[in-house]
Unconditional design. Structure first.
Length: 196
C-alpha cells in the first residue's frame, strides 16, 4: 500500500491509522488557525483541514507525495466555536456552558491525491449531549487536568464520558477521524486499500 503523510500529531488519529493498517508517516502541520468569524463552523473545520494539507505540500516544495491527510476537529455551541482552553478558569467556563445541553462536534478530513493533484475534503457533524453537572462534579473534573490542550476542554474517550448522556452521529469523528467517511474517501479517490 502507498504511504500517507498524516499532517497531525494527534495520537487518536495515529491509532485509527494503525487500526486501518495504513502505512503512514507523521508530519504535523503548523498553520494559521485564524478564520473569518462569519464562517459556519463546518466551513471553518474544512478550511483548516485543507490548510494543513496545503502547508505540508508547501513544506515539501517540489516533492509531491502520493497521499496527504489533514484533519481538524472543533466544537460549536449554536454558531460559536469552542476552542482549546487558555487555562483552568477558561476550561471551567467551557464545561459550565456545555453541561446540561447539546453541542456539535465537527470533524473535517482533507485527502490529497498526488497522482491527480486534487484534494478531497469532507466533514461529519455529530451531536453530544452533556448531563447537567453540579459544581462539585465540575471541580472534580477540572482537578483531573484532562481539559488541558483539547478543544471543548474534554476528550470523549476520557473521564468526561461519565457526563455524556447521548451521542448522535459518529463516535470516531468525535475522537478525531470519521472512519466510515475516511474509508469512502480512500476508496473513491483510488487508494489501493479498499475493494472498489
Amino acid at each position: 500500500m502507498e504511504p500517507i503523510i498524516l499532517a497531525s500529531g494527534s495520537l487518536r488519529r495515529q491509532e485509527y491509522f494503525k487500526l486501518l493498517n495504513l502505512p503512514f508517516s507523521i508530519m504535523p502541520a503548523s498553520i494559521d488557525e485564524n478564520y473569518d468569524n462569519r464562517m459556519e463552523p463546518r466551513a471553518v473545520a474544512e478550511t483548516l483541514a485543507t490548510r494543513k494539507v496545503a502547508q505540508i505540500l508547501d513544506q515539501l516544495k517540489d516533492r509531491v507525495p502520493p497521499w496527504i491527510c489533514g484533519a481538524d476537529t472543533l466544537l460549536a455551541v449554536d454558531h460559536d466555536i469552542i476552542g482549546k482552553p487558555r487555562d483552568r478558569e477558561d476550561a471551567k467556563q467551557t464545561i459550565m456552558r456545555l453541561q446540561g445541553c447539546d453541542h456539535k462536534v465537527i470533524t473535517a478530513v482533507a485527502l490529497f491525491n498526488g497522482t491527480t493533484r486534487l484534494t478531497d475534503c469532507r466533514s461529519v457533524v455529530s451531536t453530544v449531549s452533556f448531563a447537567a453537572l453540579s459544581d462539585d462534579e465540575i471541580e472534580w473534573y477540572l482537578n483531573t487536568g484532562e481539559w488541558q490542550g483539547v478543544a471543548g476542554s474534554y476528550r470523549i474517550q476520557g473521564l468526561a464520558s461519565c457526563y455524556i448522556s447521548k451521542i448522535t452521529g459518529s463516535y470516531s469523528a468525535i475522537v478525531g477521524l470519521p472512519l466510515h467517511e475516511f474509508y469512502l474517501m480512500l476508496r473513491e479517490n483510488g487508494y489501493p486499500y479498499a475493494v472498489n
